[in-house]
Design a protein around this ligand. Structure first.
Ligand code: UDX
Length: 447
């Protein structure tokens, strides 16, 4: 009989994972403790903007016309325990307020709520990003608190999905990593992932700590690449070099690769910044903090880019205070194809200029509602053209396709001054210059 799957937590990760499991043909039951989320999902509505996710969900949510009916949602832990053979834990692990360490309370409480309902053999699979050592602790908890005892096993299966590509990353991941302690766990997870593995996703079997570390080390590596190229951008600024050309040239070396070498205002979002900080905090607890001191530098190079963008803007406005200056900000989300504004470099830059007296107007294709609730005092416009109207300088801070397709000549008609700063190295400098704009990009002082 086909495996029955449950997914605990229906945020980014959980909603996508639940829909993907239904797409792979399993019966799926999703659980969340927030009634509004469950209501929305039952109607086939996705609580965030993610390309392709709503379609995928609507194809499977029970009660929606024409759906397979394979995906249902509940708030009832007993129903969940009764239903599932494999339970995926997909709750978030945010950064603790005022600390580097991550907050494990959602994971701990999910496991504590589920355990008493595991009456027969079951596999609980953690997908959340956790400090190394958590799986070991949670496995011991399950063995003690689940009525099934040792038959309630744990496995760790980190998730590598990127926002904006969540559906494709989940259905056809770059790799599937499973930390297991028994053949039975491995066999169950091979069954769950049989389709993507057949389609070519590598399946890496490991122990608990390695599985946990794969996730945090992958994110640390990506963060390091971005901060490396941003450090080179600082050198280019100091010497007249061109960081975009430099990235292209070093990237032709296969050992380095061209991806994740786009210089600009740095990384943000709900993962990279908090994951490298939590990793440092955990290394400290383990007495291995020296191994990760470099991540402190990665973090500080990253945070510095936001301030550099503010200073570049100040320079382009003549060097004085921002008072009386109108600044158009294109982009609010931490990256394109997402409505996520968590730790967004774009909003941080906008906020700094606003706090220093600048009159900031922000436009973003999908992130306006989230930006407004996070930074209600900033100015907002309904289109790029409206944001640019009357502006003394235009800042391009999130590289949406919509911004690359703007007509610089049309914007030039409404701007007070034709000055544009590209904080993402993504606009066509020549096209803007032809339309009479002064164009500056980070790390390319002469370009
Ligand atoms: C990241 C990891 O990529 C993913 O594997 C993991 O599961 C979660 O964290 P995500 O947060 O969706 O995914 O964003 P990502 O595409 O990695 O971008 C992170 C940030 O880096 C963005 O703010 C982006 O603008 C920035 N970035 C990325 C750069 O500044 N330069 C680059 O070259 C690439």
């Amino acid at each position: 009989m086909a495996l029955k799957i449950t997914v605990i937590g229906t945020g980014y990760l959980g909603a996508t994972h639940a829909a993907a499991m239904a797409e792979l043909g399993f019966e799926v039951l999703g659980l969340d403790v927030v009634p509004e989320k469950i209501d929305k999902l039952r109607r086939g509505e996705v609580p965030m903007y993610e390309p392709g996710l709503e379609e995928l969900l609507r194809r499977h949510v029970a009660g929606i016309e024409g759906s397979t009916g394979r995906l249902r949602f509940t708030m009832d832990w007993a129903e969940l325990g009764e239903f599932g053979d494999v339970h995926f834990v997909c709750v978030n692990t945010p950064q603790r307020h005022g600390e580097y360490a991550c907050d494990m309370s959602y994971v701990d409480s999910a496991i504590a709520s589920l355990a008493p309902h595991l009456k027969g053999p079951a596999l609980v699979v953690g997908k959340s990003t956790v400090p190394v050592g958590s799986a070991d602790r949670l496995a011991a908890y399950l063995a003690e608190h689940a009525p099934a005892g040792a038959d309630a096993e744990l496995a760790w299966n980190p998730e590598f999905l990127r926002e904006g590509f969540a559906v494709q990353d989940t259905l056809r991941p770059d790799r599937i990593v499973v930390g297991v302690r028994s053949e039975r766990s491995e066999k169950l997870l091979r069954e769950v992932y049989a389709t993507p593995v057949e389609e070519g996703s590598p399946f890496v079997v490991t122990d608990f700590p390695t599985a946990e570390l794969v996730k945090t080390s992958a994110n640390s590596f990506l963060a390091t690449k971005i901060s490396f190229i941003n450090a080179m951008a600082e050198l280019c600024e100091a010497t007249g070099g061109d960081v975009a050309k430099l990235a292209e040239a070093i990237g032709y070396d296969d050992r380095i690769g061209r991806k994740f070498l786009r210089a600009g205002i740095g990384f943000g979002g709900g993962c990279l910044p908090k994951d490298i900080r939590a990793f440092m905090a955990r290394a400290g607890e383990l007495g291995a903090d020296q191994a990760l001191t470099f991540l402190r530098e990665i973090d500080s190079i990253n945070m510095r880019q936001r301030g550099r963008m503010v200073e570049l803007t100040r320079q382009e406005l003549g060097g004085g205070p921002f008072l009386g200056k109108r600044v158009a900000v294109l982009g609010a989300t931490f990256k394109p194809d997402s409505d996520d504004v968590r730790d967004s470099p774009a909003l941080n830059v906008a906020g700094q200029i606003h706090l220093q007296g600048g009159q900031v107007t922000v436009y973003d294709p999908k992130g306006m509602d989230n930006a407004r609730s996070l930074f209600p005092t900033l100015g907002y416009a309904d289109s790029a053209l409206e944001a640019v109207r009357g502006a003394h300088v235009v800042l391009h801070l999130t590289e949406w396709r919509e911004f690359r397709e703007l007509d610089p000549a049309e914007l030039g008609e409404v701007a007070a001054e034709r000055v544009v700063l590209d904080g993402r190295n993504a606009l066509d400098a020549e096209a803007w210059r032809r339309a009479g704009w002064r164009f500056r990009a980070m790390g390319r002082p002469g370009a």
